[in-house]
Ligand binder design. Structure first.
Ligand SMILES: *Cc1c(COP(=O)(O)O)cnc(C)c1O
Length: 390
């Protein structure tokens, strides 16, 4: 009993001290706090000695973040998971947990641009070398792996959508004693569960489909406890890219609708990809679902794909005429987006890497959102018709 508190106040205080739930609330509370106090000197000592596990400071353990991590670990079929402040924090913290100066990483080509830049700047300065391979060429991968520390995959890649036989590549890495990591942001655990295919660690930009509402920047890594513990013990606390409680709460909310969102993205994007492919003005559609079959382990396709225009269309006029598809980077939210390849190729970032991603200057990347297939198709048709130059 808390002295002097009225019953309502007492209930609120009791809830604040209840770590597990609040009145069986269907939505977990946001534990928006930097630190947690101890009941007694003895409890503090027990915690410092590691005899008791409880939150101390939110850069370490926070109950809301932990709730998200446990949910994501279950979704990916992993023993454990760790949330990060961004997808890039998840990538850098993972990679730096397993390499040191003089080591070599093998990566599939066309990885996410800022991962490529991390490899070409910070890692290069630390004398960590990265060899790029075409992930569809298993012989090339097998040749590159001996002596490497880490094998970094992304499948499908997020511009030209190169898709790999993830299980086969993971088996190659294992045979050579190389730790394998995959960026699974495109497929999400709804369509691809890399840990069940033999990959050691799976990571996400949770800013994309896991969040799903374009209102959070976050990342997450899942895998066996022993490997996650390495991140938890070093790169997460010392690089400090910790996921915040409020962002974790937004992700918990987003995950509830992940299965139905992914199915809606898949259906709309496939329909639009097929219709684009039938147009004479479209040279090529880069969508894994248009191949005869999906690679083993990939159970479906998401809303992100690219297509390449023939000559005879003004891409600037096309982009400006679109009403539902907005010009914008990122993807994975409710909204439809486009990025013209010719714009990305003008980016001044160093290392000047845009050409390394296989981007055709006449390509357009689409994210097909949840607005409805027919409305989106009408938008594309009208914009194409208005931008024909010949
Ligand atoms: C966006 C993205 C990232 C980086 O994630 P952030 O949350 O923006 O840091 C990594 N990989 C892929 C495939 C992405 O699309």
């Amino acid at each position: 009993m808390i002295n002097g508190a009225d019953p309502f106040e007492h209930a609120l205080l009791a809830v604040a001290h209840d770590e597990t739930n609040a009145f069986e609330a269907v939505v977990p509370p946001i534990v928006q706090t930097s630190l947690f106090t101890f009941e007694s000197y003895d409890e503090m000592v027990a915690t410092y000695r590691g005899e008791k596990v409880r939150p101390v400071y939110s850069r370490g353990l926070n109950p809301t973040v932990r709730h998200f991590e446990e949910t994501l670990a279950a979704l990916e079929g992993g023993e454990d998971a760790l949330g990060f402040a961004s997808g890039m924090a998840a990538i850098s913290s993972t990679v730096l947990s397993f390499v040191e100066p003089g080591d070599r990483i093998v990566a599939v080509r066309h990885v996410y641009p800022d991962a490529f830049r991390l490899f070409g700047t910070l890692l290069k300065r630390m004398r960590i070398e990265v060899t790029y391979v075409d992930g569809r060429d298993e012989e090339a991968v097998a040749k590159a792996l001996p002596g490497a520390k880490l094998f970094y995959m992304e499948s499908p890649t997020s511009w030209v959508m190169e898709a790999h036989d993830v299980g086969a590549l993971a088996a190659l890495a294992r045979r050579h004693g190389v730790i394998s990591v995959i960026d699974n942001s495109w497929a999400s655990p709804i369509f691809q569960r890399p840990l069940t295919l033999g990959v050691d660690l799976v990571l996400h930009s949770a800013s994309k489909y896991l969040g799903g509402h374009s209102d959070v920047v976050a990342g997450v890594v899942a895998g066996p406890k022993a490997l996650i513990d390495r991140l938890r013990g070093e790169t997460l606390p010392y690089l400090g890219g910790k996921l915040s409680p409020f962002d974790a709460w937004l992700l918990i909310r987003g995950l509830r609708t992940l299965p139905i969102r992914m199915k809606a993205h898949e259906a709309s994007a496939l329909a639009i990809a097929r219709r684009l492919k039938a147009l004479p003005i479209v040279r090529e559609v880069q969508h894994p679902g248009l191949a005869n079959q999906l690679p083993p382990g990939l159970g479906g396709t998401s809303g992100l794909f690219s297509f390449i225009f023939e000559e005879g269309i003004d891409i600037r006029a096309f982009a400006d005429r679109l009403k539902l598809f907005k010009l914008g980077v990122s993807w994975g939210g409710h909204e439809s987006l486009i990025v013209p390849g010719e714009v990305v190729l003008q980016q001044k970032a160093e290392p000047n890497s845009a050409h390394a991603f296989g981007i055709d200057p006449r390509s357009v990347r689409l994210h097909v959102g949840l607005e409805g297939t027919e409305a989106l198709w009408r938008d594309l048709e009208e914009a194409i018709a208005s931008a024909i130059t010949t």
